[in-house]
Design a protein around this ligand. Structure first.
Ligand code: NDP
Ligand code: 8X3
Length: 260
């Protein structure tokens, strides 16, 4: 296992769910963290926890990955000691709605495409040149099984995650002549704030997503991200697809029947 002590790890969408768990996992290994999200107060709370538990050094960014100028500015203004990012976890992302395409909301589509696709591109465009120049670095994109399958009502979200899959493969081709590694971790059902965001804050509907089955936890995904990040330099974990045991595809989830 490659040691992460003092490595610089940049995690987008660190204020919740998988990103937050990744922050814990990398902090436990002694990494220094750049944590980005729109909800700065949550990042501050997380940073305080990590400092107390692991003495983790952090740089926090109140950053909307959809804003390419803000992404570039933040990256350019990083203190010198933080510029050499070793690992980037492109995790910020969301789904909005589950409507048929002809009933969908343009605002939802734009939010998903701008965050999941363009946001990932903007952050990668800022960070990847330094990795190529230094001949060192790992990018781990958080894709989804929705990047491999399409399910009813998943139209635009699935398209955005198929785009993440294509961009991961494309990036890997673009840096194949360098030691930089490009990985994707593609989860099935993980219980986070994801479904609450998808259903615009409808907690009851969100809960139904994980009813009568055991979903993955964000820590399960953080484990996989850490695994990909800590392989020896000649090993590139191209793709990990991870589902709960009770899930076989996006549309086949075994739910225990409730007692009669
Ligand atoms: P959460 O809703 O719990 O976390 C999403 C994170 O993304 C938050 O920290 C949020 O922070 C951040 N984010 C959203 N939009 C932006 C933005 N414009 N700029 C910066 N940060 C943003 O969901 P998950 O942890 O589940 O989601 C993380 C990733 O995992 C996503 O890419 C998602 O598509 C993917 N995924 C999730 C699965 C699941 O079942 N949960 C399954 C497969 C993939 P803030 O709101 O503070 O900006
Ligand atoms: C999230 C998993 O199946 O809800 O990417 O699209 S799913």
């Amino acid at each position: 296992m490659t040691k992460l002590t003092d490595s610089i790890v940049f995690i987008t969408g660190a204020s919740s769910g998988i990103g937050r768990s990744c922050a814990h996992a990398f902090a436990r290994e002694g990494a220094k963290l750049i944590l980005a999200a729109r909800r700065k107060a949550r990042l501050e709370k997380l940073a305080a926890e990590l400092k107390k538990e692991f003495h983790t050094e952090t740089v926090l960014a109140e950053l909307d990955v959809r804003d390419h100028r803000a992404v570039e500015k933040f990256h350019k203004k990083l203190p010198a000691a933080w510029r050499n990012i070793d690992i980037l976890v492109n995790n910020a992302g969301l789904s909005r709605g589950l409507s048929k395409l002809h009933e969908g909301l343009l605002q939802d589509w734009e939010e998903m495409i701008d965050t999941n696709v363009k946001g990932l591109l903007y952050v990668s465009r800022a960070v990847l040149p330094g990795m190529v120049e230094r001949k060192k670095g790992t990018i781990i994109n958080i894709g989804s099984i929705a990047g491999h399958e399409v399910y009813p009502g998943g139209n635009v979200y699935c398209a955005s995650k198929h785009a993440v899959d294509a961009l991961t493969k494309g990036m890997r081709m673009d840096v194949v002549d360098t030691p930089v590694r490009i990985c994707t971790v593609d989860p099935g059902l993980v219980e986070t704030e994801f479904s609450e965001v998808r259903f615009h804050g409808d907690k009851e509907r969100a809960k139904e997503t994980y009813q009568n089955m055991t979903p993955l936890t964000p820590d399960d995904i953080a484990d996989a991200v850490l695994f990909a990040a800590t392989r020896p330099p000649h090993v590139q974990i191209a793709e990990l697809i991870i589902m709960p045991t009770a899930q076989a595809s996006t549309t086949l989830v075994h739910r225990a029947s409730s007692p009669a």
